[in-house]
Design a protein around this ligand. Structure first.
Ligand code: FAD
Length: 307
């Protein structure tokens, strides 16, 4: 059995694997897609001490760094179930291919995925004007026109954030009112370069073949279609944690995030978690790496206290 089995090979999982392996304990990392969301990212400019890099390059560097150590890297493997330890003190992970793996401690770092609008043009113009992370990509749209899709807390926060950087923000909400906290709505309404559109369904992303040029929405009350000319669209309709497969095994928040304490411990002794899959706020590469490192140190601390 592994001393530490990391499930998920994004920034959190890679950091956890390196920290665990550096303790000289038997470490494995299992991932459906090593690199995680980083593989889908173009420019990265907020990974501190690296002014600019690209997602696929960072993902390759993560993998090379992990492979510097004696880590059993199992890529293209999907975990489908978790059975917490019984008498033998070993947690068990079942894989889609039917195999199973046992470990004294687990670090769950299966990340999250942005909910998509599912409209024509969204896939084609991803990273070419269609964006999901205002902390990451907001500055790329300095002085340009943008829209935010979604009027919940994350959408309204994104619109407030962007309004300080870009020329103009159009916030588009499906419901007939915004759902964000009142204090955020008041702040948004006080900003001069923001237009709020409610009862609106985004139906299409428009582009010129190379980049976004606008979007089309349908007024749900009149049925009329409207076009907004712009350069950027931030989709803020939910970040979904990849935790469906562990429901019932460890405690999850109402949003499906793995509940962790300040040491990365879950509700089950010996099972830790890190990164976008957890309740830790702000989903970022540098934060996921810090949390993964922390979870590995906690797993090591747990192991040395076992009989
Ligand atoms: P992920 O990166 O989501 O990795 C999860 C890992 O778990 C993957 O290896 C996945 O294959 C694996 N996995 C999932 N389910 C299973 C399963 N059942 N079995 C086995 N393996 C599984 N952050 C920044 O800091 N700066 C940026 O510029 C930036 N830009 C971004 C741009 C885009 C388009 C996106 C989508 C995100 C961006 N982010 C950015 C956010 C950043 O990528 C994430 O916060 C970070 O990758 C989270 O790391 P993680 O390890 O927690 O999860």
């Amino acid at each position: 059995p592994f001393d530490v089995l990391v499930v998920g090979g994004g920034p959190a999982g890679a950091a956890a694997a390196i920290y665990a392996a550096r303790k000289g304990i038997r470490t494995g990392v299992l991932s459906e897609r090593f690199g995680g969301q980083v593989l889908d990212t173009m420019g990265i400019e907020n990974f501190i001490s690296v002014q600019h890099t690209e997602g696929p390059k960072l993902a390759a560097q993560l993998e090379n760094h992990v492979k510097e150590y004696e880590v059993d890297v199992m890529n293209l493997q999907k975990a489908t179930a978790l059975v917490p330890a019984g008498e033998d003190g070993l947690h068990e992970i079942t894989l889609e291919n039917g195999a199973s793996l046992k470990a004294k401690t687990l670090i769950l770092s299966t990340g999250a995925r942005w909910r998509q609008m599912g409209v024509p043009g969204e896939d084609e113009y991803r990273n070419k004007g269609v964006a999901y992370c205002p902390h990451c990509d907001g500055p790329l749209f300095k002085g340009k026109r943008t829209a935010v899709i979604g009027g919940g807390n994350s959408g309204v926060e994104a619109a407030i954030d962007l309004a300080g950087i870009v020329a103009h923000v159009t916030l588009i909400e499906f419901d007939n009112q915004l759902r964000a906290d009142a204090v955020l709505q008041a702040k948004l309404r006080s900003m001069p370069n923001v237009t709020i559109v409610t009862s609106a369904l985004t139906t299409e992303v428009l582009g010129d073949g190379a980049k976004v040029t606008g979007l089309v929405y349908k007024d749900r009350e009149t049925g009329e279609l409207h076009t907004v000319e712009l350069e950027g669209i931030f989709v803020q309709i939910g970040l979904v944690p990849n935790t469906e497969w562990i429901k019932g095994a460890v405690d999850l928040s109402p949003r499906g995030e793995i509940e962790v304490d300040a040491r990365g411990a879950t509700s089950v002794p010996g099972i830790f978690a890190a990164g976008d899959a957890t309740t830790v706020p702000y989903k970022q590469i540098i934060i996921a790496m810090g949390e993964g490192s922390k979870a590995a140190l906690s797993a090591f601390d747990y192991l040395i206290r076992q009989g």
